[in-house]
Design a protein around this ligand. Structure first.
Ligand SMILES: [Zn+2]
Length: 57
């Protein structure tokens, strides 16, 4: 997975608006909020920022 830094900068968790952290090993984007903790999948290098698609950490 390759997520550009500028893209990561403008992305935010749709549930709590916290910044996201790229987990390149797992092809996922993790919410940086301790209270939220949702993890979003990345499919074909496109982040799927949908709460319905996210999983709990
Ligand atoms: Zn969040």
């Amino acid at each position: 997975m390759k997520i550009d830094d500028w893209l990561l900068d403008i992305l935010a968790c749709p549930a709590c608006k916290a910044p996201l952290r790229a987990d390149t090993d797992a092809d996922e984007l993790a919410c940086t909020s301790d209270t939220c903790g949702l993890i979003y999948p990345v499919r074909d290098d496109i982040p799927v920022l949908l709460v319905d698609e996210a999983r709990k950490a």
